[in-house]
Design a protein around this ligand. Structure first.
Ligand SMILES: Cc1ncc(COP(=O)(O)O)c(C=O)c1O
Length: 449
């Protein structure tokens, strides 16, 4: 086995300290989470995570696509410390502080969103909830219908949950959900819901379905307020739609006066080499929902939109903690780092990772597809390339084995691997992570045929 410089497994996890904490967790926390593997973290540094038994892992997760600037980025930590010495809270719902408009202006300008306005939230789901209320409010209740995509994930609160359609377990026992939501197929080019293997045709057939079926048989487009779309599906397995699709969807929404809401909670804040993933398709949405990577790990979300759309009347929407000053201070420093080379690095490292993984496809039959933009990369694990049949057993085994050998990755969709390292990752760490992943995939290729 090659010498590892960055990762180090001293005790096969879970070690004794990890086991004790997991037992404790099981006793006192509601166990509605799905933990991928028994990782119990004690500290992070850049792209390295250390567990409570002294094991070191390369982080290809970024704490679920949150730590875009890596663990404990110095300028962010300094800004947080500075803000902590000033004040910790004073609700924007009722009062003012400079940090809020200052960061909002910085964000809107970085997004190139002239006339844009911001509403601050505490999470991705809350940004989506805000987008639902803003779009219904914008049309004064006259366009109550919302459309989202199959296999999408928009969050766990009741309305965001209604928009989601990736797993029934998310919804079981929780009905009735929000009325007025319609789901349409997402044009996954690898497994096109319309059976096509040509991405452009897949895009056309999806738009055709919306026009010919949804708008003729289910709801009149004049009653639809917004489309919600993840420009790259996250939980769905890092699925990149055909490039033309996003342009066609934008045209369709403009034709019918419908708002286009980009759920950029996972794909945004530089992960794809641009601040919004949808910019990679040359499309500007009417609203963008942000969270995760926005404040380097502190809780913050934002809804950004055109000033005339972000027009809910006074008293109609607010929250106590949204735009917390410590989170905003972290967000300011985070944005500086993203603009100052990290997005560029995401593009460079992402291309390199995809090239190496595509080369690996020459040696194994278990990988059906490698896709992504920047550092949002999906690897489809299949029974064999010809059938394209999902191989969830092999995917779970790969994830578990990587963990035991010092690499943190998670899955998505039915049997994809999600690769989303911090944007600060360097080539040498990428190489070590990919060495571990390739070794495990080759073994899986022998085991799971
Ligand atoms: C695309 C997308 N939207 C919304 C959410 C919900 O975000 P949160 O967990 O912060 O509520 C997530 C979380 O994974 C997500 O990936």
């Amino acid at each position: 086995m090659a010498v590892r410089r960055f990762s180090k497994i001293r005790v096969i996890p879970p070690g004794p300290n990890a086991r004790r904490i997991i037992e404790w967790d099981e006793k006192y926390l509601m166990q509605s989470y799905v933990r991928w593997y028994p990782l119990v973290i004690t500290r992070g540094d850049g792209v390295i995570v250390e567990d409570v038994d002294g094991n070191r892992y390369i982080d290809f997760n970024s704490g679920l696509a949150v730590l875009n600037t890596g663990h404990l980025p110095k300028p962010v930590v300094e800004r947080i410390k500075d803000q902590i010495g000033r004040f910790l809270h004073y609700s924007l719902t009722d009062f003012y502080y400079e940090l809020a408009p200052r960061y909002a202006e910085k964000l809107v300008k970085a997004l190139g969103w002239s006339g844009g306005k911001v509403f601050f939230t505490n999470s991705g789901a809350e940004s989506i909830e805000a987008a639902i209320k803003v779009s219904r409010g914008y049309f004064k209740g006259e366009r109550p219908y919302l459309i989202s995509f199959l296999n999408s994930f928009h969050g766990r609160t009741m309305a965001a949950l209604t928009l989601s359609a990736s797993k029934t377990i998310h919804k079981k026992y929780f009905h009735p959900l929000l009325p007025g939501v319609i789901h349409v197929p997402y044009p996954n080019p690898y497994r096109c819901p319309f059976g096509s293997r040509d991405p452009d045709e897949c895009a056309e057939r999806t738009i055709g379905y919306i026009e010919d079926v949804v708008f003729r048989k289910i709801v009149d487009p004049s009653e639809v307020g917004a489309f919600f779309i993840e420009p790259i599906q996250g939980e769905g397995g890092y699925v990149v739609p055909p490039k033309e699709f996003m342009v066609m969807l934008r045209r369709l929404t403009e034709k019918h006066g419908i708002l286009l809401v980009a759920d950029e909670v996972q794909s945004g804040m530089g992960r794809t080499g641009r601040l919004l993933a949808i910019y990679n398709f040359g499309v500007k949405p009417d609203l963008a929902a942000l969270a995760k990577g926005i404040a380097s790990g502190l809780p913050l979300g934002a809804l950004v939109g055109d000033g005339d759309v972000m027009s809910l009347p006074k008293g109609s929407h607010a929250n106590t903690f949204g735009g917390n000053p410590v989170s905003l201070a972290a967000a300011e420093a985070t944005l500086d780092l993203l603009m100052d080379g990290l997005m560029e690095n995401a593009r460079i490292q992402g291309e390199y990772i995809m090239t190496r993984l595509r080369e690996l496809m020459d040696e194994v039959d278990l990988i059906g597809d490698v896709r992504g933009i920047g550092l949002m990369i999906g690897v489809e694990v299949v029974k064999d390339r010809e059938s394209r049949e999902p191989n969830p057993k092999a995917a779970s085994w790969i994830i578990e084995q990587c963990f035991k050998r010092g690499l943190l990755i998670i899955g998505g969709g039915e049997s994809a691997l999600r690769i989303a390292p911090p944007l600060v990752i360097t080539r040498d760490v990428v190489d070590e992570g990919l060495d571990i992943l390739s070794e495990v995939i080759k073994e899986a290729d022998r085991e799971f045929r």
